[in-house]
Structures are given as structure tokens and as C-alpha cells.
Design a binder for this molecule. Structure first.
Ligand SMILES: NC(=O)c1ccc[n+]([C@@H]2O[C@H](COP(=O)([O-])OP(=O)(O)OC[C@H]3O[C@@H](n4cnc5c(N)ncnc54)[C@H](OP(=O)(O)O)[C@@H]3O)[C@@H](O)[C@H]2O)c1
Length: 301
């Protein structure tokens, strides 16, 4: 099968197309004929080698942790998914490929296309996990740093659906985008504390840092301490006594299925930019630059 592979760590140009063996599903796994693969900032961090001390990768490797596609083979013991089912979920093997294996998948509603479906698994689980960790409730005000990316697009909507008010940061070109998602928008950078205080004179109840770009000290000032601040991207968090939430293994088919239904019904929107599989290096270059609106995806023939 055709796949995108890297056999050394480095920049996006280490990614190349290769012909590799089609993977065989083990117990509890399904094999999926991939229609769309989701890009995550994590893919570039793994490819660069920066995570080798904490999360070693065996080379050669196929990137990609989420997929949408059609089930084409079942491993032993799988009874709730059938060959021919259209699904979305997390991949156990790299999803930048024509076929990948998966353990946790949810049905793709007919009204949701492949590209928008693959925007949901990682971003949806992350957004929901952190909002739960922060205990965001109706009537509260949440500050989100860097909310115009894949996770932020869903986090803003899931928080406002809980009845919370969201103040969200992004660059100047994404202010209208944040507003369209339901947030009160402001730019990141200088005088952030004063600007947020002006927007929320009674203070912010919780802070969700999605950017990892040095906003934690401002967050402590705004919260008056380290309570109810969570980051998913700032590796300096623990030194400041702030919670870093890691990718969770508590993946839920039921919650992903419900999110997919909401997306198909238009209750949750995603924004995607798609590249063909062969342009994975270009897509990762865009992702590495860190100014993506919504989700980058790869389409697979
Ligand atoms: N720990 C976990 O479980 C977990 C799970 C998923 C993702 N992540 C991490 O979370 C981060 C966000 O991922 P993502 O896929 O949503 O999006 P992303 O591609 O990393 O981009 C997020 C947003 O950050 C904004 N941004 C850029 N520079 C900024 C700055 N200096 N201050 C504030 N915001 C800034 C960008 O807005 P503009 O374009 O407007 O500049 C962009 O829209 C990544 O680092 C990813 O690796 C962690």
C-alpha cells in the first residue's frame, strides 16, 4: 500500500512516499481503508525527534493518529463493527496511509464528510477532557489561549454549549473566526492581562492554554494562583505548579459517536484545510508554523 514514511528525524522534508505492507488486524482491532487522516501538531513534534526522550519512535515510521474511512477487515473478537462500516477514530498504526489499524472507532453519520469527520477524534477528546478537568460550568468565564486551532475550535463551542462565557485569544486574522464560534475574541501578546481584565471585570474562573506559548504567568496573575489552569502544550507547566493534561487513553466510542452526530446536525462546526496524501510534507510544514485555523487533514484515494 501507499504510505507516508520517515526513516530519520528532521524537518518535514524527511517525509516521503513509500510502498509498505498492508497491516493485519490483531485481536480487538479493525483495519480501515483510510479516506482522510487528521494532522496534529504532535505529528511534527514526533517527526522532529524532540519527543524521543519521553516517547521514543521506532523508524521507519508512518505518522498520523486519527482516521476516517471504511472498515475492510476485522481482528479476532470484534463484534460491534462490521466490514463496510464507515467510521472515524484513533489509529493504532500511522494513518498517513491507504490502510491503518484501529481499536476505538465510532460510526460516521451519513451527513458528515470524511474531512470533517477526521477533525473530531483527537480535538474532541482533548477539548472535553480539559473542560471536565477544569470543571467548567454554566455561568462561568473561561479564558482560552490560542483557540483558533483544531482543539480550540471545538473547545470554544463545547464550553459555550455548557453555558460558559469564553474569552479566547488568537492572532489578528482569527478574531472574526473566534467570534463566529461564540467567543469574545482578543489578540495574544502584550498587555493581555489588562485586556482580559477589561473584558471580565469580575475575573476568569478557569484558564485553558492550548498554545503553549508562554501565557501561563499571565494566567496565574488573572486567576490569582495556579488553581483551575490547565495547559495541553506548555512543557514549563509543572515548574509553575500548573497541570499539564496529557493525551488520554480513555477514548470513548460513545462520546465520539455523539460528537459526530452533533457535527452532522450542524450543532458543532469544524473548519478544515485538506491536502492530498502526497503533500503530507507541505501540510506538516504548515502545521509546524503554528498558525492553522481549525484542522489540517490529508485526503487518501
Ligand atoms: N496534551 C494533549 O492531550 C494534546 C492534544 C491535542 C493537541 N495538543 C497540543 O495542543 C496544541 C494545540 O493544538 P491544535 O491542533 O489545536 O492547534 P495548533 O495548530 O497548534 O494551533 C493553535 C493556535 O495557536 C495559535 N497561536 C499561535 N501562536 C500563538 C501565541 N503566541 N499565543 C497564543 N496562541 C497562538 C494560532 O492562532 P493564530 O493562527 O491566530 O496565530 C493557532 O490557531 C499543540 O501544541 C498540540 O500539540 C495537546
Amino acid at each position: 500500500m501507499k504510505a507516508i514514511v520517515f526513516d530519520q528525524f528532521g524537518g518535514p522534508d524527511v517525509l516521503h512516499e513509500a510502498d509498505i505492507e498492508v497491516p493485519q488486524p490483531g485481536p480487538g482491532q479493525v483495519r480501515v481503508r483510510v479516506k482522510a487522516a487528521g494532522l496534529n501538531a504532535l505529528d511534527g513534534k514526533i517527526r522532529s525527534g524532540m519527543l524521543e526522550t519521553v516517547r521514543p519512535t521506532t523508524l521507519p515510521a508512518v505518522p498520523g493518529g486519527e482516521l476516517a474511512g471504511v472498515v475492510d477487515a476485522l481482528g479476532e473478537g470484534v463484534s460491534d463493527v462490521h466490514v463496510g462500516d464507515e467510521v472515524l477514530g484513533w489509529s493504532d498504526t500511522g494513518s498517513y496511509a491507504q490502510y491503518a489499524l484501529a481499536t476505538t472507532v465510532a460510526p460516521k453519520p451519513a451527513g458528515l464528510d470524511w474531512q470533517h469527520a477526521v477533525a473530531l477524534p483527537v480535538a474532541g477528546e482533548t477539548a472535553e477532557r480539559v473542560l471536565n478537568l477544569l470543571g467548567v460550568a454554566a455561568g462561568e468565564t473561561v479564558l482560552m489561549h490560542g483557540a483558533s486551532g483544531a482543539v480550540g475550535t471545538l473547545a470554544v463551542q463545547l464550553a459555550t454549549a455548557r453555558g460558559a462565557r469564553v474569552i479566547a485569544t488568537a492572532g489578528p486574522s482569527n478574531q472574526d473566526y473566534l467570534t463566529s464560534l461564540g467567543a469574545t475574541a482578543t489578540v495574544y501578546g502584550e498587555r493581555l492581562v489588562e485586556r482580559v481584565q477589561a473584558l471580565a471585570p469580575d475575573g476568569v474562573d478557569a484558564v485553558f492554554d492550548l498554545a503553549g506559548k508562554g501565557a501561563l504567568e499571565d494566567s496565574i496573575t488573572l486567576r490569582g494562583g495556579t488553581e483551575r489552569i490547565v495547559t495541553i502544550a506548555d512543557f514549563g507547566a509543572r515548574q509553575l505548579g500548573i497541570t499539564f493534561s496529557q493525551g488520554s487513553q480513555e477514548r470513548s466510542t460513545a462520546r465520539l459517536a455523539a460528537l459526530a452526530q452533533d457535527a452532522a446536525a450542524g450543532k458543532v462546526v469544524t473548519t478544515v484545510t485538506a491536502y492530498p496524501l502526497g503533500q503530507a510534507a507541505t501540510a506538516q510544514q504548515v502545521s509546524d508554523a503554528g498558525h492553522v485555523r481549525g484542522k489540517l487533514v490529508l485526503t487518501v484515494d
